[in-house]
Ligand binder design. Structure first.
Ligand code: MOS
Length: 741
């Protein structure tokens, strides 16, 4: 294991290694690849929520200029994974999960792709797609979540947890029982989802795709089309944001492959902005009810947390909404229940902080409410109930510096200025509020493989088949490679985004840095060992020594006892007549450690805001996010991730909401003019504070994870500040001005 202190040595300013390429347009995103003979596919989507298609009206579209084909259920070629029961007996197990796009006349949601128009230009395909109409046999759809959320007949069997007494809060000295709702939120990254598919014969497929996991997409497509994985190549050089929408392959991915196969030409399919709302997932609409009690000293005596979230009719998507309530605080009596409500909607999916982002809105709001009832400062209330060991499994945490986060953030925001009586402080005629809330997410270490190529020209090339949706994975890997090999960072590069590289994880769950970083650590250790053995075999001065007697320091191999006997690794490679050396190393999961420890990253977010007393308009004044994310590998990119997460939290708290017109089961604001994501003017000055203490149990990189805790807890911190400013408790996000006046 490498001495973690090596990472603290900075060999360069940690600017994004791909920053210049991104801002100058040199970086090529999925839809930007231009291939010879390429044609363009555009989806046509359903306009009803439930029913079936009686007839497709294609004649107008077929006559439109440049149209090459229109693929729908009536003429879609067979897709092996769509019908696993009819699969080739020699190729077992192929199965596509999710919507079997273009292969059924059933309609499961409004906005479901029902046909695909292929034309010689993108514009002609878009126009022709507008001419395709369907005749439906309409059925009564049900998308009214509010109406059905507590209807037992419609809900799936609950996942339940209990320790101590159930519903103990009902007998508590000081207690509350409240309901919290979050609407559908969409990822809507700047880059639209897109796939380019190219077939080489019948069984070799190359795909350029916007994906958080090239290997995952490769597996999905091999399963879908009955191919050997090695015959599917997926390229994802750059990703323009994803937030979870790229964690799985959505219908447009096989659709592009179907079209390319049928037309025997490369096909590009770009999901339109409107289709981004109906085909690539979203954070599920969720209803929660929390019962909570404490004794007069503030010690929690009961937490009951129920949650219901929406899913589609054709897939169950659930997430850990109630989990933080089980382990975040010490409480002897906790019971939780989580149920899914299938409705006539498209399938939701993971979105930044999946589970805890929703759950902590309720939990951290409820704790704030309880603090006012108890007349105890909300930070103090959390300290009183601080969990030293995980209350669910009684395991100690690998590292937990949550108390440090409270202390750092409290000082930075100026918590002493917070009014203890809501609505009692004004500045320039605006009501002033302070709020705080905690965030949490699982930490850990997944499996990863990396390759290292150390060249005699002094460069180190690292490779792994992961993608970088924006957090700065390449920058972090270069930073670690440089530290582990003690080389200047401008000599190190990281290549990613191609299934031809060794298997990397799907980028998600705040796990990329620890997973691939561990593999890179192993690669660098193996490279040093190989260099020592090479010195012994090729350089007379080292002959007969054991590798343990040699030392590697900043690119120089020397005798440990006698530094005067040394050789640079570049000279060594030349002496051995090798252009370079290569190693591939796989690092396993942190599974043994997981038996003995609880593993989490933690954050605490602090907010100062103004509320206009008449209009209810909210102006954020300052956000302070303090994070226990383990060792911070790349400070600039980690800070940017925290800022981006906080901005996502502002959207969740104040602006983001998909409206469903339940008469048609249709999203009525499926565009970026009516679905409001925060812009620069909505973001206040932000201070990002890192505890920056290494977690060497989870991985030799010391990193835990930043991506999710950046957002989890921001929305309740804002809601709590709004209450502090106004005395109005808004339990239904987003907190729009109409809810305050
Ligand atoms: Mo994240 S929701 O793990 O992409």
């Amino acid at each position: 294991m490498i001495d973690n202190s090596q990472i603290t040595e900075t060999y360069f300013a940690d600017d994004r290694v791909d920053g210049v390429d991104k801002v100058t347009g040199k970086a090529t995103f999925a839809a930007e690849h231009q291939l010879a003979n390429m044609v363009y596919a555009v989806f046509v989507c359903s306009t009803i929520a439930k029913g079936s298609i009686k007839n497709m009206l294609l004649s107008d579209a077929k006559r439109a200029a440049g149209v090459l084909d229109i693929i729908y259920y009536g003429n879609c070629p067979a897709v092996p994974g769509y019908n696993p029961f009819a699969k080739d007996p020699n190729k077992k197990g192929y199965e596509w999960r999710g919507l079997k796009v273009l292969n059924t006349n059933q309609v499961f949601s409004n906005g479901q792709p029902i046909a695909m128009v292929i034309a010689d230009t993108m514009e002609r395909a878009v126009y022709a797609a507008s001419l395709v109409k369907a005749e439906y046999i309409k059925e009564e759809g049900d998308t009214d979540f509010e109406n059905a959320k507590t209807d037992d007949k419609k809900l799936k069997k609950p996942a339940e947890y209990k320790r101590g007494d159930a519903d103990a809060y009902k007998k508590g000295e000081v207690s509350l029982e409240e309901e919290y709702t979050i609407p559908i939120e969409t990822h809507n990254p700047m880059e639209l989802h897109a796939t380019i598919a190219v077939w080489d014969g019948d069984d070799k497929l190359t795909v350029y795709d916007k994906s958080q996991g090239p290997k995952g997409t490769q597996r999905d497509l091999a399963q879908c089309f009955g191919l050997d994985e090695k015959n599917v190549r997926v390229v994802v050089e750059y990703v323009g944001g994803a937030f979870g929408s790229g964690l799985r392959s959505w219908p447009h991915v096989p659709a592009a492959c179907i079209a390319a196969k049928k037309l025997k030409r490369p096909v590009k399919l770009i999901v339109t902005r409107e289709q981004m709302f109906t085909t690539v997932g979203y954070r599920p609409h969720a209803w929660q009810k929390i019962g909570m009690s404490a004794d007069k000293s503030g010690k929690l005596t009961g937490i009951t947390h129920q949650a219901v979230s929406i899913t589609s009719r054709y897939e169950d998507f659930g997430e850990g909404i109630v989990n933080p309530s089980q382990f975040m605080y010490n409480c002897p009596n906790v019971n939780t229940s989580y149920r899914l409500l299938p409705m006539d909607v498209n399938t939701p999916t993971w979105m930044r902080g999946p589970g805890p982002a929703t759950g902590c809105f309720a939990l951290e709001s409820a704790l704030d409410e309880l603090s006012y009832k108890l007349n105890i400062d909300p930070i103090e209330l959390r300290l009183i109930n601080h969990a030293d060991v995980n209350p669910v499994n009684k395991l100690p945490w690998t590292t937990k510096f949550l108390k440090e986060c409270y202390a750092m953030g409290k000082e930075k925001i100026g918590w002493q200025n917070r009014p203890t009586v809501p609505g009692s402080l004004t500045e320039n005629g605006m009501l002033v509020g302070y709020g705080m809330a905690g965030g949490v997410f699982g930490a850990g270490r997944g499996q990863a493989t990396a390759k290292g190529i150390l060249n005699s020209n002094g460069t180190l090339v690292l490779q792994s088949a992961v993608s970088d949706m924006g957090p700065g994975t390449s920058t972090a890997m270069v930073t670690m490679g440089a530290a582990f090999m003690q080389l200047p960072a401008n000599k190190v590069s990281f290549e990613l985004g191609d299934t031809d590289f060794p298997t990397g994880p799907t980028q998600g769950g705040s796990g990329t840095t620890s997973a691939i970083g561990t593999a890179i650590n192993a690669v660098c250790e193996a490279l040093k060992q190989t260099l020592k053995e090479m010195a012994i075999a090729n350089v007379p001065a080292f002959a007969g020594l054991k590798p343990e007697a040699l030392k590697y320091d900043k690119g120089i191999i020397s005798v440990a006892e006698n530094a005067a006997v040394n050789i640079s690794y570049t000279d060594l490679l030349k002496a051995a007549n090798k252009p370079g050396i290569e190693v591939i190393k796989e690092s396993g999961r942190a599974s043994a450690e997981a038996q003995k420890y609880a593993m989490n990253s933690f954050s605490v977010h602090f907010v100062k805001l103004h509320v206009h007393p008449v209009t209810g308009v909210i102006k954020l004044k300052q956000i302070v996010s303090a994070a226990d994310a383990g060792k911070i590998i790349s400070e600039n990119t980690a800070r940017s991730q925290m800022v981006g997460g906080a901005v996502g939290g502002i959207g969740m708290a104040l602006t983001e909401e998909v409206f469903t017109d339940n008469r048609y089961g249709r999203y009525s604001n499926a565009n970026l003019a009516d679905y409001h994501v925060p812009v620069n003017a909505d973001a206040p000055p932000m201070d990002i504070l890192f505890v920056n203490k290494a977690d060497n149990i989870i991985s030799p990189t010391g990193a835990k994870g930043v991506g999710e805790i950046a957002l989890v807890g921001v929305a309740p911190a804002i809601a709590n500040a709004v209450y502090n400013a106004t005395g109005k408790r808004i339990r239904q996000l987003p907190i729009t001005p109409d809810k305050l006046i």
